[in-house]
Design a protein around this ligand. Structure first.
Ligand code: ADQ
Length: 461
């Protein structure tokens, strides 16, 4: 079995992977089995001219190799091209893209630095697995340095329709770089179809049974929906401590039905629209006053990007307005928690809440939707209300699927969820759970790596 080299923007500490959730666990498992390296940024920013060699840390058969970014790299690559250009555009938000020429240079520079630092660590038979939009050019940088390894790339976020991508600076270069890989994986069939369509429109070559030929290379492409470690998450939700936390949640309020939303505070997650839909529920169904609450947990993220400050202010204003209009001395309809919550508490809250409200405007997959289902009590499960624009909607058909932009539709779905009979809740939850268990994080990682191993070395030359 070949050694595995995982490259991602940030590196999770494999010994703490279980605290970071599905992706970190899946990759830590794959690395532990095969032995290998996890390479990426350590999250630190250093001033210009500071030369810090990559830090290595080995535990068992896994070595993490991390390096800091200079302030200029952090601003131009991370905050700039990755999060102010690619993130909005790949989430179909051209209006939020903030392009500056320096960003492209910074992005290329950091990818080239990553390739320089990674190159001496590679052994001839290594499998290389690159993750996400920060590192689209990395495979081509490695090829430029003469590396003939099998290289796989997985995109965690959506791949936008051709016309939207065409508005991104250097879009041809980005897609061309992906053709330096042997396998390119997406979250959903929609993303895969968008990619194929872009390539066919811009290169005009044929695709055939999972292979795409363009830029004088043939690569394997596929959809590999990411999963969670469903058993572990369910176990986390069913401990004596979780029981106690759920009882506390129920004792502290007169409400009987709890709706929960958990997201990084990101404009792609549809948070203002979600709060408006909750307000609409209270407007349309006064019988739920004092009996329903929404708990929205949204920890801060990327606060150095302007678009994230705007959304925070909007949410705070909406929360105040809703609680001011509907709240009473004995009932706070909306609780907004702006911080990270320990995973065991999150699992308990999912189990203790009767509705999981997951309504991103666009999302690569959305692991929260899967975690909510995994945490439910089989005897008395809650209901998942899920945006049809989350990648997870392609698999989770038994959720109540909604258009997150349509406030009335989401309010109606909440009403259906709140009043759904036990039998229907169980039927839906069983079907969802069965699929989430089968297509878990291990299944995702093994499928991707076995597809990568089947690509023939040198075939994509
Ligand atoms: P994210 O955009 O971060 O991931 P998501 O898939 O929902 O979105 O994963 C978030 C993770 O963070 C979940 O495991 C969740 O439990 C956890 N989390 C969220 N809020 C938290 C809080 N307050 N406290 C503690 N934990 C919290 C990107 C893409 C997604 C894709 C994933 C994986 O944007 O579409 O599903 O990568 O590929």
């Amino acid at each position: 079995m070949s050694r595995l080299v995982v490259v991602s923007n940030r590196v999770a500490d494999p010994s703490k992977a279980s605290q970071s959730g599905g992706l970190a666990v899946a990759l830590a498992d794959a690395l532990a089995e095969r032995g290998g390296i996890w390479f990426g940024w350590d999250g630190k920013v250093v001033e210009k001219g500071t030369r810090v060699p990559p830090a290595t840390h080995t535990e068992g058969r896994v070595t993490t190799v991390t390096l800091p970014l200079t302030r200029k790299d952090y601003e131009e690559y991370y905050l700039g091209f990755a999060n102010s250009v690619l993130w909005p555009i790949f989430h179909y938000r051209l209006d939020l893209s903030d392009f500056r020429t320096a960003y492209v240079k910074g992005y290329q520079r950091v990818n080239s630095k990553f390739a320089d630092a990674l190159a001496p660590l590679l052994k001839p038979d290594d499998l290389i697995w690159i993750h996400d939009y920060h590192l689209l050019p990395l495979a081509s940088e490695l090829r430029k340095r003469g590396h003939g390894h099998r290289i796989g790339f997985f995109l965690h976020i959506p791949f936008p329709p051709s016309d939207i991508l065409a508005a991104a600076p250097e879009h041809q270069l980005l897609v061309r770089s992906l053709f330096s890989c042997d396998l390119v994986g997406f979250q959903t069939n929609t993303d895969l179809a968008n990619f194929e369509r872009y390539v066919l429109e811009h290169q005009g070559e044929e695709s055939d049974g999972g292979h795409l030929k363009a830029y004088e290379r043939t690569i394997l492409v596929g959809s590999f929906p990411i999963g969670i470690d469903a058993e572990a998450f369910a176990a986390l939700a069913h401990t004596p401590k979780a029981d106690a936390q759920i009882q506390l949640l129920q004792r502290r309020t007169i409400a009987r039905t709890h709706i929960i939303g958990v997201d990084r505070l990101d404009y792609s997650k549809g948070l203002p629209e979600r709060l408006r839909a909750f307000r609409r529920l209270l407007e349309l169904y006064p019988q739920h006053h004092k009996s329903v609450t929404l708990m929205q947990i949204a920890p801060p993220t990327r606060e150095d990007v302007d678009a994230y400050t705007d959304i925070r202010e909007e949410l705070e204003a909406l929360t105040g307005a809703i609680n001011g209009r509907y709240g009473d001395f004995d009932w706070t309809p909306l609780r907004y928690i702006h911080r990270t919550i320990p995973r065991p508490t999150l699992a308990a809250l999912f189990r203790g809440c009767q509705v999981g409200l997951v309504t991103p405007l666009r999302d690569g997959m959305n692991l929260v939707a899967k975690e909510y289902v995994a945490a439910q009590d089989l005897n008395d499960p809650g209901v998942l209300v899920l945006s049809k624009f989350a990648g997870a909607a392609e698999e989770l058909k038994e959720a109540l699927l909604v258009n997150p932009y349509d406030i009335d539709e989401v309010a109606e779905a909440l009403e259906v969820a709140i009043t759904m009979p036990l039998k229907e809740r169980q039927e839906r939850n069983n079907a969802l759970l069965e699929r989430i268990r089968r297509h878990d994080a291990r299944y995702w990682q093994e499928n991707f790596l076995s597809a990568l191993e089947q690509t023939s070395l040198g075939a994509a030359a």
